[in-house]
Design a protein around this ligand. Structure first.
Ligand code: FES
Length: 108
């Protein structure tokens, strides 16, 4: 029998099957997380950093494509609260830098 993990994603209670990543649960719940290197049927190589999310209590960010949720976790994909130098703002900046760098490489 599969173990079910209960956690919150953008404030909504969701369930993950054992082995599912945060990204897989988000996609099932129609929550958009940007990705570049993730391929649904391949092992995640976590190289682009586009899928970074905020996990309450974790310093820094977590890559949603290769990280399974843990019981009781509170995860935000796009927190609009506290418009100061928070982790979520750093994540948005990181995502913007990575996408800009990738587009520059493609266009060069
Ligand atoms: S999608 Fe590339 S690191 Fe997660």
């Amino acid at each position: 029998m599969d173990k079910i993990i209960n956690f919150k994603l953008n404030g909504t209670s969701v369930e993950a099957k054992n082995g599912e990543s945060i990204l897989q649960v988000a996609r099932r719940e129609d929550i958009y997380i940007p990705t570049m290197c993730y391929l649904a049927k391949a092992t995640p190589n976590a190289s682009c950093r586009m899928c970074a999310v905020e996990v309450q209590g974790v310093d820094g960010f977590v890559l949603s494509c290769n990280t399974p949720p843990v019981e009781g976790a509170e995860i935000n994909t796009d927190s609009q609260e506290d418009f100061d130098e928070t982790v979520s703002i750093k994540i948005r900046r990181l995502t913007r830098v990575v996408s800009t760098m990738t587009l520059n490489v493609i266009n060069s």
